[in-house]
Design a protein around this ligand. Structure first.
Ligand code: NDP
Length: 438
């Protein structure tokens, strides 16, 4: 089946990697449930239900016409409307969107909520673009995509390069074209126009909640631990915030230009001001803080730590990095980002007894809170911060529980990869069987 996926999707290496990682876990399930093989559920799961690719023309501030490509891969809707973020980054092409959409199916299923899997985005690079350029791009992007969206059809959110600002411009254009104030068509909205408390913080907070459970499972806690977090965007920032609240110290974080080490612990207010509010570069953090230094070559995974949280991008932690982490005494690696650890690095970490939490479980808090946002929109209600955070915490505890319980059931105790893949797969596969060959 994997050979068939490669043949049908040539050159899409990230998609191949994501499929392989899931297929490798499914042997015991198919042995126990031959009905999945008989009905070709796995083969059908590997083929998106719909793939949309479109032209996104827009004019820059000097009135020159610019051209980008837009994507939406609506991968699977057996459990609910398509749900998954939009990524704006120059590296985006069909293979990236498909890997993210494929992962999203299992993540959403694992969350226990009624949402299908999708992902989208564009090769547009927001870096260095003015507000007006970002707005015109978002409006052009939505002028095509709006026809495929809807609260019962497909509900996008943010991802790399897409935050509250971009969601606002896209929702504005959607509302203008459709003449409908359908809050439930987007998540990650601003609080004054239909957004949910905790959605901004959800992926990072959820990551910390999940790791807290991982530590608890081996009678440990965050208290006093040294933590390294890669990235300094949405996920990384709020993972750092919650990890600090749990009593650990984050000593390093990064962006695509390098990383900073701060033995006094990352000053989150300063980091937010530079990276979130001003969209600046991380070296400025070291310029403004005496205890910090900036390193532009080498790897953030060289910094010794007890817990490593890759929260930036795919394949950012390779085998060499894994070996270094193990040598330096790291005991837990949990993926805040999607597929940040290469397959070889995962094998190396697991062989060395490092507890490894895969992204589809660890970072499920973002989409879970998106589902809570949809729930609030449907009932025209809005919950308090504390109540929403409590719901998120409960969801992450139950995702953690589901992973370990399933891993046990299939003879792989403490293996979060096997647990997450199988638990995610069986829920969606059962729904597909019930819905017939469609
Ligand atoms: P942001 O755009 O907010 O931040 C991304 C961060 O990663 C930035 O600090 C960026 O640096 C850094 N980065 C990007 N590419 C590289 C690279 N090649 N090398 C080093 N650093 C890099 O994105 P998010 O925080 O939203 O997303 C981060 C990860 O989390 C992604 O894998 C995403 O798919 C995943 N995720 C996000 C969710 C969400 O709710 N936002 C939900 C679930 C998963 P720079 O500033 O230099 O670009």
């Amino acid at each position: 089946m994997f050979d068939e996926v490669i043949a049908r999707n040539p050159g899409e290496i990230e998609f191949h990697q994501a499929v392989r990682e899931v297929l490798e876990s499914l042997g015991p399930v198919v042995a126990k449930h031959p009905e999945y093989a008989d009905s070709e559920v796995i083969r059908r799961l590997c083929e998106p239900e719909r793939q949309i690719i479109f032209r996104v023309p827009w004019t820059d501030d000097r009135a020159r016409v610019q051209l980008n490509r837009g994507f939406r891969v609506e991968f699977n809707s057996a459990l609910g409307p398509y749900k998954g973020g939009l990524r704006f980054h120059p590296s985006v092409y069909l293979g990236i969107v498909k890997f993210l959409g494929f992962e999203q199916i299992f993540k959403n299923s694992l969350s226990g909520l009624p949402i299908g899997g999708a992902k989208g985005g564009s090769d547009f690079d927001p870096k260095g673009r003015s507000e007006a350029e970002v707005m015109r791009f978002c409006q052009s992007f939505m002028t095509e995509l709006y026809r495929h969206l809807g609260e019962y059809t497909d509900v996008p959110a943010g991802d790399i390069g897409v935050g509250g600002r971009e969601i606002g411009y896209m929702f504005g254009q959607y509302k203008r074209i459709t003449n409908r104030y359908e809050s439930g068509t987007f998540t990650g909205k601003g609080l004054s126009w239909g957004g949910s408390q905790v959605r901004t913080e959800a992926t990072g907070y959820g990551t910390a909640f999940f790791v807290k459970e991982m530590l608890k499972a081996s009678a440990e806690s965050f208290d006093g631990k040294r933590v390294v977090v890669s990235g300094s965007g949405n996920v990384a920032t709020y993972a750092i915030e919650k990890v600090h609240q749990f009593g650990a110290r984050v000593v390093a974080c990064s962006d695509s230009s390098g990383y900073v080490v701060d033995e006094a612990g990352i000053d989150l207010d300063l980091l937010k001001e530079i990276k979130i509010e001003r969209r600046g570069r991380i070296d400025e953090y070291a310029d403004r803080r005496a205890s910090a230094s900036f390193i532009s070559d080498g790897s953030i995974w060289d910094v010794p730590c007890d817990v490593a949280l890759p929260c930036a991008t795919q394949n950012e932690l390779d085998d060499e990095n894994a070996i270094r982490l193990i040598k330096n005494g790291c005991r837990v690696v949990a993926e805040g980002a999607n597929m940040p650890t290469t397959p070889r690095a995962i094998h190396t970490l697991r062989d060395a007894g490092v507890r490894f939490g895969p992204g589809k479980a660890v970072n499920a808090g973002g989409v879970a809170t998106s589902a809570l946002e949809m729930q609030q929109n449907a009932s025209r209600d809005s919950w308090t911060f504390d109540y929403t955070e409590e719901r998120l915490s409960e969801i992450m505890t139950s995702v953690h529980h589901r992973c370990l319980e399933t891993a046990d059931e299939y003879g792989a105790p403490n293996d979060y990869v096997v647990g997450a893949n199988i638990a995610g797969f069986t829920r969606v596969a059962d729904a597909m069987l019930a819905l017939g060959v469609i």
